[in-house]
Ligand binder design. Structure first.
Ligand code: CAO
Length: 522
């Protein structure tokens, strides 16, 4: 049997926001099948009978109307008498999705006292106020939410049809209400139409009283729009969707753990304050002094900014790290041979300028490593320049100056530029433009130590080379162990832009170049 969307009043093109079952699921009568949501309310469509879900005919985001089939169910034998279209009519189960503003008439000119009362709620029982969204003295605009009420099966927002000032809030969360219960009194310039209910004169003042009929609460058979896992009303769900908050992570402070708007806002605020990702529960503040002596040291501006940038890269980039060992025995012999010459030129020749040069060569033959993804991740922007950033460890934190046009520089020039930029970084004299425009980064911890690490890509670049400490190791040459100088490297890359095989080939190419630096002149 096809289960269809029941009568949903005037509402049209109502969105499917949750699918609670899948093919093969056994469901009992009244179990939630899907959740739909209009502008003003969300609600579950329940199973009309006990049975098994055969096929789900809608997907998330579909817009549905009364009568549209949503899924196919096999009924359990003795339940076969159930109607195919359920609930069959308004008397026993239609869902009134409020969609239109209150019907009011008779324009008004003076300041008015407007009473917002609970409208006709059919035969709904146990209707209670679950959220009071305004306070006395608060200014409200047309359609601002005033109160949310909930029956056993449906939640319902009551917005204001007029702008004005809240002069009285007559209910509080948890109050039981029924038709005509006074909820809120507003005072304001009523420019729009007014209640068709007869205005009454307010004895104590010169204002007019207008009783505003608001949208009906769905009848008792309609079901709550809160979904199966999260207890929140439609306005809260909408706010959460707009802010990208997963309500599962939010603690509800309302009655019976219901999530209210303030909970969502507090969650986002806390997430932003801690740099956490919306939707992921932020780290809680811990009073470590309970466990022993502590000292709180503020982060330097460079460290704090670096932390934010690293976190952003960590979240956006799909990191993979390719490790390899490069035999640099010949390079080290060459470097040693150049020591005196370098000294006479007043240059300190470390392995880094050779690594920079080798990287530029490898980037020329593997241009996808010298690139950035566009923010929509639909194209790769290949850069024809080779500006190589390198991480400098300073007292205030990590700084990444950039060697411009590294491919046009010889080894001594590269060595001089690296020394100049690292001195400037450590003495805080780097100019902003000397830290911009990098197309690939090298992070060398060789002087510090370690056998390997996973550097974080300096986004929007797509790759970074980590260099660990070179060491003399025994390497088997086929007949004996030979002492060889081995340089461990770790290439982290953005897997969205680069495949593993490409990364493997890039590192092998680096090995060929650093293994025999004569190749750098080819
Ligand atoms: N293995 C072994 N020794 C190495 C080496 C390596 N991979 N790389 C450099 N060395 C040696 C140098 O040859 C030099 O030796 P001598 O003093 O005997 O000549 C010594 O270590 C110090 O080198 P250096 O640090 O002065 O120069 P450099 O060109 O290697 O590096 C710079 C310059 C600025 C990159 C470095 O000083 C630095 O700050 N590194 C830290 C980077 C960092 O913090 N990265 C982590 C960031 S998180 O991704």
């Amino acid at each position: 049997m096809d289960v269809t969307i029941p009568d949903i009043g005037d509402a049209q093109d109502v969105e499917v926001i949750e699918i609670c079952v899948g093919p093969g699921d056994a469901v009992a009568e009244n179990d939630a099948l899907i959740v739909i949501e209009s502008d003003k309310a969300s609600m579950e469509v329940p199973a009309p009978f006990t049975g098994t879900v055969d096929a789900v005919l809608v997907t998330l985001g579909d817009l549905v109307n009364a009568g549209d089939p949503i899924l196919r169910m096999d009924a359990v034998e003795d339940e076969q008498s159930a109607e195919a279209v359920v609930p069959p009519d308004a008397a026993d189960g239609s869902i009134a999705l409020p969609d239109t503003p209150p019907v009011v008439d008779a324009p008004s000119t003076a300041r008015e006292r407007i009473e917002i009362r609970v409208p006709d709620i059919g035969e709904a029982e146990n209707v209670s106020v679950i959220e009071v969204a305004v306070a006395e003295g608060q200014q409200v605009g047309v359609d601002d939410l005033l109160v949310v009420v909930e029956s056993e099966k449906a939640s319902m927002e009551i917005p204001t049809p007029f702008a004005g000032t809240v002069v009285e809030v007559a209910v509080k969360e948890g109050d039981g209400v029924e038709e005509s219960t006074l909820l809120v009194v507003l005072e304001g310039e009523v420019e729009g139409p007014r209640s068709s209910a007869a205005p009454e004169a307010e004895g104590a003042s010169a204002t007019t009283v207008a009783t505003v009929p608001v949208q009906p609460v769905p009848p008792e058979e309609s079901t709550t729009g809160t979904g199966s896992k999260v207890y929140a009303g439609p306005a809260v769900r909408r706010l959460a969707r707009e802010l990208g908050v997963d309500l599962v992570a939010v603690n509800g402070s309302g009655a019976r753990g219901r999530i209210v708007k303030d909970d969502v806002k507090a969650f986002v605020k806390q997430s932003l304050g801690t740099g956490a990702t919306p939707g992921i529960a932020p780290m809680e503040a811990v009073d470590f002094s309970r466990f022993g002596d502590i000292e709180t040291v503020p982060l330097s501006r460079i460290r704090a900014r670096g932390a934010a940038n690293l976190h952003r890269s960590w979240q956006h980039v799909v990191h993979v790290t390719q490790h390899d060992d490069i035999d640099v025995t010949d390079l080290e012999a060459f470097r040693a041979a150049l020591k005196e010459e370098a000294a006479s030129r007043e240059v300190k020749l470390t392995p880094l300028p050779f690594i920079v040069m080798a990287c530029v060569h490898a980037l020329r033959t593997h241009p996808q490593f010298n690139a950035s993804l566009d923010p929509t991740v639909t194209s790769l922007i290949l850069k024809r320049y080779h500006h190589i950033g390198f991480a400098v460890d300073t007292e205030d934190g990590l700084v990444v100056p950039v060697v411009r046009d590294a491919g046009s520089k010889g080894i001594y020039e590269l060595a001089r530029e690296i020394a100049r930029l690292s001195d400037a970084a450590r003495s805080k004299k780097l100019k902003p433009e000397e830290m911009q425009g990098g197309s690939f980064t090298i992070s060398s911890l060789g002087a510090v130590g370690g056998t390997g690490f996973t550097p974080i890509v300096n986004a929007p670049e797509v790759a970074i080379l980590g260099v660990a400490r070179l060491d003399t190791r025994p390497v088997w040459d086929g007949s004996a162990f030979q002492p060889r100088k081995i340089l461990p490297v770790s290439l982290s890359y953005d897997h969205r832009a680069i495949n593993g095989a490409e990364a493997g080939r890039f590192v092998v190419e680096l090995g060929r170049l650093l293994g025999d630096v004569r190749r750098l002149v080819l």
